[in-house]
Design a binder for this molecule. Sequence first.
Ligand SMILES: [Zn+2]
Ligand SMILES: [Zn+2]
Length: 126
Amino acid sequence: MKLPSDIDRLLQEESVVIRFCKEADLEHQESRRQYAHTGHIEGDIICVASAFNFLDPSHQRGLVLHELGHLLLIDSHPSHSERDADAAVSTRYRTKIQYVDSEFGRRLQWVAIPVVFGRRTRRAAN
Ligand SMILES: [Zn+2]
Ligand SMILES: [Zn+2]
């Protein structure tokens, strides 16, 4: 799967696997802005619909980051909200997820600026 290079690296660093899933395809058929989910298969796995492949890279980045937010909270706060997932991303990656209307769907996650690496590591060392 072709991903923005910063997201490819982030998934590797976080040991998160991204995979296509038939149920994600069905969800996308029912609701156009539904491209991805977590929690379907236990572990650090993000499932995406095949339509994810054709998204603008900024939507791909926004969607993957949002799903990473769910994975960050899934154990400690199993009943967290969508907003909580975005807040976890904002705290951990210093990246704000925006929601925009586009040809790919309404109010779809959008992050145009690549994730910056290194800050988190330096903070941890202080
Ligand atoms: Zn799935
Ligand atoms: Zn979500």
